[in-house]
Design a protein. Structure first.
Length: 241
């Protein structure tokens, strides 16, 4: 027997698990993620000022452009969010298998069991095997907030935007939202409520990502920059696709 291979250090190295580098998140998916994060941050910050304009300027309103500039930035961020939303929807079809991971199979009993099991695991801090893509619980949360609430946020937001141009393109596309919700004031209320839902989601999302990254050590945090995660050699694939 080779003497070097019998040392404690050599034995520990040979017993350590090997990890494989797997390309999970394609660049369009990563671009969607960061564009959405930037747009939501800007939308929330400017939306707070539009709702509660705590900053004031000296002089007459016609000599100042503060509120109009804030609204301009808000609308620009809204269009960035819209493009990123449609981009990610396209790559649900065009992307790799991980771009579709976590899809909410609401009609499958096994999917609901997976969601319940994963929710209990998180409460118990027993996370089980890592997923290269999204697990069922993550897929459900993304379907509810970024996809579902995101759509409602855009409908109400662009409907309010259309009020500045009655009869225009956006009025014809989503103008029906305002009478459906009971008027402009009610539409504003729903729009603000959806914004706070996004804030709550962002806080939980960051917490879970950091928690999972510490638990699994599989490159979760860096994967949304590099696209790569690490899978233990011989590990069974557990992603629900």
């Amino acid at each position: 027997m080779n003497e070097a291979s019998s040392t404690p250090l050599a034995r520990a190295a040979s017993a350590a698990p090997r990890y494989l580098r797997v390309y999970v998140w394609q660049w369009p998916v990563r671009a969607f993620h960061w564009a959405t994060a930037a747009a939501v941050t800007m939308l929330f910050a400017t939306g707070l000022y539009i709702a509660f304009p705590i900053l004031t300027t000296n002089g007459e309103p016609y000599d100042n452009f503060l509120m109009a500039r804030v609204r301009q930035v808000h609308f620009f961020a809204a269009f960035v969010f819209l493009v990123a939303y449609l981009w990610r929807a396209a790559f649900f079809v065009l992307g790799n298998r991980y771009a579709r991971s976590g899809f909410p199979f609401l009609w499958r009993l096994a999917w609901w069991r997976a969601v319940a099991r994963q929710a209990v695991d998180y409460v118990r801090f027993d996370f089980g095997e890592p997923h290269l893509g999204h697990n069922s619980l993550a897929g459900l949360s993304y379907a509810l907030v970024p996809v579902g609430v995101g759509l409602l946020q855009m409908l109400t937001g662009f409907a309010l935007f259309a009020e500045s141009n009655p009869g225009g393109f956006w009025d014809g596309l989503v103008g029906w939202v305002i009478p459906l919700l009971g008027g402009s004031a009610r539409t504003h209320q729903w729009h603000h409520l959806f914004a706070w839902v996004f804030l709550a989601f962002a806080i939980v999302h960051v917490y879970i990502v950091v928690l999972d990254a510490r638990q699994y050590g599989n490159g979760l945090l860096s994967s949304m920059i590099t696209g790569f995660k690490f899978e233990r050699e011989g590990q069974e694939e557990t992603d629900e696709l």
